[in-house]
Write a protein that binds this ligand. Structure first.
Ligand code: HEC
Length: 114
């Protein structure tokens, strides 16, 4: 009986994990619609921000989606400390992060960022 309960816990955990994976799948079209908040800094070749200090802005087009989501989560949690990105990421939901990442990882964004 005990064993059975343990097994169903494992099965339930697997379902939760699968659900989380699915939720993390972004929609590139929805992501593209949100890039207006990002395009002012990202996506301009060689662009540097002037605030809070002169800083090179990394290119996002062609980056792996999982890396982008992880980076955004790290800004939101404070693990990454850049002030502008922290403010931006703080306002993004998990779904928005996944959508944005799916867009930036797509071929369209890769060629647009050339
Ligand atoms: C005010 C300018 C600015 C805006 C607007 C902005 N970013 Fe950033 N972003 C930066 C800078 C500067 C960095 C590098 C910070 C660092 O070194 O941690 C960065 C870093 C990142 C990184 C990490 C890249 C890497 O290679 O590690 C991601 C992902 C990112 N931004 C996504 C976004 C998204 C998505 C948006 C729109 C929702 C956005 N940014 C809006 C300036 C901006």
């Amino acid at each position: 009986m005990k064993r059975h309960a343990a097994l169903s816990t494992v099965v339930a955990a697997a379902f939760v994990a699968a659900g989380a994976l699915h939720a993390a799948e972004g929609d590139p079209a929805a992501g593209k619609a949100k890039t207006s908040m990002c395009a002012g800094c990202h996506g301009i070749g060689g662009y540097k921000t002037a605030f809070p200090e002169v800083y090179s802005v990394p290119k996002l087009g062609g980056q792996h989606a999982a890396y982008i989501v992880k980076a955004l989560q790290a800004y939101k949690s404070g693990e990454r400390a850049h002030p502008s990105m922290r403010a931006i990421a703080a306002g993004l939901s998990e779904k928005e992060m996944a959508d944005l990442a799916a867009y930036y990882a797509s071929d369209t964004a890769r060629s647009a960022a050339k």
